[in-house]
Write a protein that binds this ligand. Sequence first.
Ligand code: HPA
Length: 279
Amino acid sequence: MEKFLTLQDIDKAANYIRKHTKHQPIVGMILGSGLGELADAVEEADIIATKEIPNWPESTVAGHSGRLVIGLLRGKPVLVLQGRAHYYEGYGMDQVTMSVRVMKRLGINNLFVTNAAGAINPEFQPGDVMILTDHISLMAMAGANPLRGPNLEEFGPRFPDMSQPYDQEFIRVAQKTAKDNGIVPHQGVYICLAGPSFESPADLRFLRGIGANAVGMSTVPETIVARHAGMRVLGISGISNKANLDGSTITTHEEVLEAGKMIVPKLKTILLGVLDTLS
Ligand code: HPA
């Protein structure tokens, strides 16, 4: 039997964070590649370097500085994670999703999760945003499910429902906020692959065929773990590049970070709009 993080491991991290902040956050936000600067808007911030937190998986990717920023956004207490851990870095799925379980143990029941994604849908352009209506958990289907291993009953049941990964009310408010602010978001299905190589043209034609609109290397594991624990999830992709369905263009990490600059203001507007509806 492989070893997995235990409730004690998770609580050790949660206790460390509790000791280092005066805030009681109501929302956790996990921000993707190039999208982390949203954390700069947090006021009265307590900033914790994730490398100081016991058992925390350190992000090793450019554009993901490992910090927890806990403070106020629009007067509401939030916890923002800048720099998530990915499966391709070598972490187990339990480590990739540990932040979500720590949030839950801190009393947080709402998760806003963003990512940089490649457009599979030909109508999507770099700089666009997509509100996630559903996801394809291809990795989980193939065995890399973050809930694999002993079930931690404190979070949820062995066989959790996944009929509504992304909260319908969050989707509605996100859509309305975007529209009210002149943003035209897409809605669609996100697919998470292991990475770190980007997709081949045949990979992408396969992904399009099975109904994915945007592709990335994150979010789905976190969402599964959040839903297991009964948390409400809002998922938004920032479209950083067109996926390369015919092999005519190449995708680079720099391009992903660059598009982030266009996307951050849109994401910020939408996330704040949904945040405003929470109490
Ligand atoms: N593919 C996978 N992950 C990504 C992409 C992509 O094209 N863009 C940003 N993250």
